[in-house]
Design a binder for this molecule. Structure first.
Ligand code: GTR
Length: 344
C-alpha cells in the first residue's frame, strides 16, 4: 500500500544529506543567518519548580548580529537531582512556563530537561520586516531570493539555545539534545536539526505543508496557499513553485533526509487534514533510503499506512498517528519520549 502510494507521488530520488540540505535552503527556506558575532547569556530569575524536582531559570540570550545587539528570552527547566540528562529545545508558541501544551513536570519526571522559547520573541509572525532580528538582518525591508525566511530565523534561534545548553555539560547529556515544535514550529524544528548536527533528534508535530508532508499529491494546504498566506515564512525563491509541485527538484523528504543519520520523529493527528497525515507518513517512507544507504534502519513499517493510535518506532525515522485535531498534545509528548527512550 505505502509503496503504491509512494509511486503515485513521483517523488525525486534522495541524494546525499548535504546535497539535499543545500537544495532545501536555496529553494525553500533561505540560508540561515550566520551565528552571532558575540553571544552571552544572562540569568534573570531562578527558582525551584515541579515540586522541587527541578530548577527553572528565566534566561536572556544576548546576541551581537551585524554589529547590533539583539536579545531574546528563553526558559530552562533542569532536573535538580540527576546529572547528564537528555534535553528538549522546544520552539514554542508561548513564552510562559508552565505552559498547557508542554507538560513540564512530566518531562522532568521522565528524566529530561527542557528549554523553551517563543518564536515571536525572535521575530514576529507577520509581514513586518522590521520586527526583532528580522529588522537587523534586513534593515531596508528587502530580502534577496535566497535570504532566510522567518522559519529559518526561528531555527537559528533554537541553535542559540543549543549554544547555551553546550555550557551545561555537567548537567546535560550533550549528545542527546532533541529539537521539537508544533505546526509552523515543527517545520522549524526539522530545519534546525538539518542545519545543526548537535541535535541528536528532531520532532515535528503536525507540521504539514513545507514541513514533514510531501507536497506532491498533498491534501489540505499547498505550496501556493502557504506562500500566499505566509509570504515571509520561506525564501522568495520558493514562490516560483506555486502550482508546480511536480516540477520541484525536491520534496519534503529531502528535509527529513538531510537530518540523516540522526533521528527524526514525526507525529500526525487523524483530523488534521490541512497538514495531511498520509503525506507525512509517505514522507517518512520516502526519506528512508538515505538512512539505508548509510547502513541504518530508516523507516520501518508494515507496508500499510499507520492507523489511529499506531506508531512505527523501530527505525531511525519514527512516525506516530494519534486521534484528534491539530495541537501538541500530552499524547504526542509521551509518544516522543517513548521513541527517544527506545533509542537510548
Ligand atoms: C496554519 C498553516 C500551517 C501550520 C499552522 C500552524 O495556518 O497553514 O502551515 O503551520 O498554521 O502553525 O499552526
Amino acid at each position: 500500500m505505502i509503496n503504491k502510494l509512494l509511486a503515485d507521488r513521483s517523488l525525486p530520488p534522495v541524494k546525499e544529506p548535504s546535497e539535499m540540505l543545500e537544495i532545501m535552503l536555496r529553494e525553500v527556506y533561505g540560508y540561515l543567518p550566520d551565528p552571532p558575532e558575540k553571544l552571552t547569556f544572562e540569568v534573570m530569575h531562578s527558582q525551584k519548580t515541579c515540586a522541587g524536582k527541578a530548577t527553572l531559570k528565566n534566561m536572556v540570550a544576548h546576541c551581537l548580529v551585524k554589529g547590533k545587539e539583539f536579545s531574546f528570552p528563553f526558559t530552562a527547566v533542569i532536573p535538580t537531582n540527576s546529572k547528564k540528562v537528555p534535553f528538549f529545545v522546544h520552539i514554542n508558541f508561548r513564552s510562559d512556563v508552565p505552559d498547557r501544551y508542554m507538560p513540564t513536570e512530566e518531562l522532568i519526571d521522565n528524566g529530561f530537561a527542557v528549554f523553551s522559547f517563543c518564536h515571536r520573541e525572535v521575530t514576529y509572525d507577520n509581514e513586518d520586516m522590521s520586527d526583532g532580528i528580522y529588522g537587523i538582518l534586513y534593515p531596508d525591508g528587502k530580502r534577496g531570493l535566497h535570504d532566510a525566511g522567518k522559519v529559518a530565523v526561528w531555527a537559528w534561534a533554537a541553535q542559540r539555545v543549543m549554544d547555551y545548553a553546550q555550557t551545561l555539560g555537567d548537567l546535560l547529556d550533550l549528545s542527546k539534545g532533541v529539537v521539537c515544535g508544533h505546526s509552523r514550529l515543527g517545520k522549524t524544528a526539522l530545519l534546525a536539526a538539518a542545519t545543526d548536527s548537535r541535535f541528536w533528534c528532531a520532532y515535528s508535530n503536525d507540521s504539514g505543508c513545507t514541513g514533514a508532508a510531501v507536497s506532491r499529491g498533498k491534501r489540505g494546504e499547498s505550496v501556493t496557499v502557504i506562500n500566499n498566506a505566509f509570504p515571509l515564512w520561506f525564501c522568495e525563491n520558493y514562490k516560483k513553485y506555486a502550482h508546480k509541485e511536480y516540477a520541484m527538484p525536491f520534496d519534503q523528504h529531502y528535509l527529513v533526509g538531510a537530518i540523516a543519520p540522526r533521528y527524526v520523529c514525526i507525529g500526525s493527528a487523524t483530523e488534521d487534514i490541512w497538514a495531511d497525515p498520509v503525506s507525512e507518513n509517505l514522507c517518512c517512507a520516502a526519506a528512508s533510503p538515505v538512512y539505508e544507504k548509510m547502513g541504518k534502519k530508516g523507516f520501518v513499517h508494515n507496508g500499510e499506512l499507520a492507523k489511529a493510535g499506531e506508531s512505527f518506532f523501530e527505525g531511525s525515522i519514527g512516525y506516530h498517528l494519534r486521534e484528534g485535531s491539530h495541537y501538541f498534545s500530552r499524547t504526542d509528548w509521551l509518544k516522543l519520549i517513548e521513541f527517544l527512550k527506545s533509542k537510548m
